[in-house]
Design a protein around this ligand. Structure first.
Ligand SMILES: *[C@@H]1O[C@H](CO)[C@@H](O)[C@H](O)[C@H]1NC(C)=O
Ligand SMILES: *[C@@H]1O[C@H](CO)[C@@H](O)[C@H](O)[C@H]1NC(C)=O
Ligand SMILES: *[C@@H]1O[C@H](CO)[C@@H](O)[C@H](O)[C@H]1NC(C)=O
Ligand SMILES: *[C@@H]1O[C@H](CO)[C@@H](O)[C@H](O)[C@H]1NC(C)=O
Ligand SMILES: *[C@@H]1O[C@H](CO)[C@@H](O)[C@H](O)[C@H]1NC(C)=O
Ligand SMILES: *[C@@H]1O[C@H](CO)[C@@H](O)[C@H](O)[C@H]1NC(C)=O
Length: 488
């Protein structure tokens, strides 16, 4: 754990360093005497910013040389044909001295006059006032240059995504996250063939995922979680062959899982939690050999848990299959998933025994099998209960018991709310009054992290699980973080 925090810290220091480097390049202090800023460009900059921060802001007075001696926080410039142009504009309280938006921010039409704008972002800008994004025709002004567009945490922004976004053909990153935007997802976003990251999470989008998204063959990250999307997964989803992360959790998607999902051989994260998918697990899932996190919980998928060759998913670190109506026995193959940290099987209809071999998994730090129909004796060693503590949940299995001989001197070494064998009359032994009323940890064990996928994992301590394979997992997390940073 400590090592991981250190790695992430190092990574943050590195990325801050890179950020600094980039800003001062753009600022180019001292060079502005030799190279002037295009006059129309300068006026556009002042006017665009004044729209967001308010009429009190006098750019020509405060920042007479915005690409030179008096750089503006959040603005970067570059030289084109011997003159300075704005290449990046970031509005919102990112840094201490960032440009903050007024209570009634406006999109100035000059925002769309920049000749070489590559990156545009609004963070926490449209908060109180209801606003829509500027209409279609405006955005076409940026279609020749814009590479990254980010609209983050603007609860006041409503209305739809302008369909001209589908003509910003230079985009490789489109991030529209946690705003109040609604309407359907424009089909022509599927024309943005150069996209590497598409995030539309946490808005109020409705309707289907366009089948045209199959054209996004360079996409690495697709996150449309926490909207109200409906309809089935488009069959074309299997064409997004480069995908590393696919998150469609917390929507109202339904229908069968398409077998083409199995074509996504590079996928490391598949999160479909809390939808209405049905029709059983599909064997092609085990072809996704790169999977590290698979979360399908809270879908009425049903069917037998054993239809996949689970041992083929060797990279799995998180497997969340709770609340899916799954039947059958817990597959022995799970005990070959050597990197697994979180195994959530709660609230299904699983029967049979709890395989004692699960105890041998070197990285396992949370196991939830509560709310099933498991039976017989739990055959884990007492050391296992010590190691897992509350992160082992086996309650609400009426026919499951533990051998009373395993009870430690203080009653500490026992699975919580499981009865000792031979005490058939007692339905449930509640030793700890603090847990008797609650839902229990397992009920939402894997989901407490909301939007962040790594939160559930970071939540576990890695005590007793410090093998080489477990630390390897953190290397993967770091690599993924590095990949994400190149997308910034
Ligand atoms: C900005 O300040 C300059 C110099 O003080 C002044 O001439 C100009 O009228 C001001 N512009 C606005 C829009 O207030
Ligand atoms: C912008 O807002 C942030 C947070 O509200 C604040 O810390 C910062 O000082 C503000 N910046 C300016 C230039 O007013
Ligand atoms: C989007 O939300 C706004 C404001 O709540 C509403 O007026 C509009 O009808 C909604 N549009 C769609 C397509 O749902
Ligand atoms: C499940 O998804 C719906 C949206 O479809 C959302 O309203 C709800 O809060 C989600 N539930 C949880 C527990 O996240
Ligand atoms: C639970 O398992 C028992 C066998 O242990 C079986 O008789 C019973 O039908 C199962 N109940 C359900 C709801 O599947
Ligand atoms: C039992 O409780 C005592 C005192 O609270 C503690 O010192 C001891 O470690 C406990 N034993 C076990 C096995 O938990």
């Amino acid at each position: 754990m400590g090592r991981c925090v250190l790695l992430i810290f190092t990574f943050m220091v590195l990325s801050v360093g890179l950020e600094r480097g980039r800003t001062s390049d753009g600022g180019g202090a001292g060079t502005s005497g030799e190279a002037p800023m295009d006059k129309a460009e300068k006026e556009a900059l002042y006017s665009a910013i004044r729209g967001f921060v308010g009429d009190w802001w006098n750019g020509s007075y405060l920042y007479p040389d915005p690409c030179g001696f008096t750089p503006i926080q959040g603005v970067s410039c570059d030289l084109f044909g011997g003159q300075w142009y704005v290449t990046s504009l970031n509005i919102g309280p990112v840094h201490e001295n960032s440009l903050n938006c007024s209570a009634k921010p406006l999109f100035s039409s000059q925002l769309f006059d920049f000749k070489h704008l590559k990156s545009l972002s609004f963070f926490n800008c449209f908060v109180y006032d209801r606003q829509t994004l500027p209409p279609d025709s405006y955005w076409d002004g940026l279609s020749g240059s814009l590479e990254s567009l980010e609209i983050r945490t603007n609860p006041g922004l409503t209305g739809g995504i302008p369909s001209s976004f589908g003509r910003l053909l230079g985009l490789w990153s489109l991030v529209i996250i946690e705003n109040g935007l609604n309407g359907t997802v424009p089909t022509n976003l599927g024309d943005l063939a150069g996209l590497k990251r598409l995030v539309l999470a946490g808005n109020r989008f409705t309707g289907p995922i366009p089948n045209s998204f199959g054209g996004l063959t360079k996409l690495l990250i697709l996150d449309m979680s926490s909207n109200s999307l409906s309809g089935p997964l488009p069959p074309s989803i299997g064409s997004m062959a480069s995908l590393l992360k696919l998150d469609l959790s917390n929507n109202m998607l339904h229908g069968d899982l398409p077998s083409d999902l199995g074509n996504l051989r590079s996928l490391t994260l598949l999160d479909l939690r809390n939808n209405s998918f049905s029709g059983g697990l599909i064997p092609s899932l085990h072809m996704m050999k790169s999977l590290e996190e698979l979360a399908l919980s809270r879908n009425p998928i049903g069917g037998d848990i054993g239809v996949l060759d689970w041992q083929k998913l060797k990279g799995l670190a998180v497997l969340d299959l709770s609340g899916m109506g799954l039947t059958g026995e817990i597959p022995e193959a799970f005990s070959q998933l050597e990197k697994i940290r979180f195994l959530g099987l709660s609230d299904n209809i699983l029967s049979g025994a709890l395989p004692p071999k699960l105890e041998t998994l070197p990285c396992l730090s949370a196991l939830y099998v509560n709310g099933n129909n498991l039976s017989g004796e739990i055959k884990f060693s007492s050391g296992f209960y010590d190691r897992m503590g509350w992160r082992f949940g086996a309650w609400d299995n009426p026919n499951l018991c533990y051998p009373a001989a395993d009870l430690g001197p203080n009653g500490s070494r026992m699975p919580h709310r499981v009865r000792p064998c031979g005490h058939e009359e007692e339905k449930e032994v509640v030793k700890d009054p603090s847990i008797s009323g609650g839902k229990g940890l397992g009920a939402d064990g894997g989901d407490s992290g909301g939007n962040s996928h790594f939160l559930p994992i970071l939540g576990f301590s890695s005590n007793g699980a410090d093998g080489f394979q477990c630390s390897n997992f953190w290397v993967h997390v770091l690599l993924l973080a590095v990949v994400s940073s190149f997308l910034e």
